[in-house]
Design a protein around this ligand. Structure first.
Ligand SMILES: Nc1ncnc2c1ncn2[C@@H]1O[C@H](COP(=O)(O)OP(=O)(O)OP(=O)(O)O)[C@@H](O)[C@H]1O
Ligand SMILES: [Mg+2]
Length: 245
């Protein structure tokens, strides 16, 4: 698929409702508190980047949203409903999809198997979206290239018709040209389907090229936020103030 929209394309009017709303969240592992009063939001049709150094708490933030890390204060809401009292399984059924850093594919299952197991009414026709996957539809995930595997991980999420998509380090181990292809596809889908995307990304340049807004997390606290253009403009100050570079 070729991208039909420019990067940072404005979100169409009328679809700007906040879908994912994180307010004042403390969370962590056992007695170790990792997140401190984290607040961030993502609107329908918007890609938001969560940026920050190693160990900042980016993955923990995504895990808190999908119910895999205990939240001890604050709230996480999908549309108008709190997610806090629900198990990861129930949260997924509420159409919050999470692509973890390791992609969590089943090496011995085929592309078709993965898509069939996750398909929900209203989900995208992923094989039409990604002709590369269509060509490999009967291959096992374990024999796919890294780019094809990430495409399958993205496809498996999209076939479930999510309202919110959390993506952890999509670019990990991939050539920049493939990452751009995936980000461009994601951007088109976010705008056309009103999908709210929260993505964690080490590749700052690419993250801010495709996101509308971003938040900088360090030491488990949101240090600053802004539009992608504002963050690009301020990046050297942000690096020296918050990222210790
Ligand atoms: N299962 C766990 N048990 C205890 N502490 C953990 C666990 N997972 C992560 N941590 C700690 O929580 C903090 C935040 O980790 P997290 O994985 O959220 O960071 P991150 O921003 O995603 O970093 P990276 O860029 O390296 O992926 C780190 O200090 C990490 O050591
Ligand atoms: Mg991480």
């Amino acid at each position: 698929m070729t991208s039909t929209l420019p990067e940072n394309a404005p979100v169409p009017a009328g679809s700007r409702a906040t879908i994912l709303d994180i307010t004042g969240v403390n969370a962590g592992y056992g007695r170790i508190q990792v997140l401190h009063a984290v607040s961030l939001s993502v609107r329908a049709g918007e890609i938001v980047s969560l940026l920050g150094p190693n160990g900042a708490g980016k993955t923990t933030t995504l895990l808190a949203c999908s119910g895999m890390v205990k939240v001890s204060a604050g709230d996480i809401r999908l549309a108008d409903e709190t997610l806090l009292k629900h198990s990861p399984h129930v949260i997924a059924r509420k159409r919050l999809a999470h692509i973890p850093e390791d992609r969590s594919l089943f090496p011995s299952l085929t592309v078709d198997d993965h898509l069939r197991l996750s398909a929900k009414p209203g989900g995208l026709d992923v094989l039409e979206l990604f002709p590369e996957l269509k060509k490999r539809h009967n291959k096992r995930a374990g024999v796919l290239s890294g780019g094809e595997q990430q495409m399958l991980a993205l496809g498996r999420a999209l076939v479930a018709n999510p309202r919110v998509l959390l993506v952890d380090e999509m670019s990990m181990g991939l050539a920049p040209v493939i990452v751009e292809r995936l980000f461009a596809a994601l951007r088109d889908i976010a705008v056309s389907k009103g999908l709210a995307v929260l993505m964690v990304e080490q590749h700052i340049h690419l993250a801010l090229k495709y996101a509308q807004r971003g938040y900088v997390l360090s030491g488990g606290r949101i240090r600053t936020q802004g539009t992608a253009a504002e963050l690009v403009e301020r990046w050297s100050e942000i690096e020296s103030s918050y990222l210790g570079r």
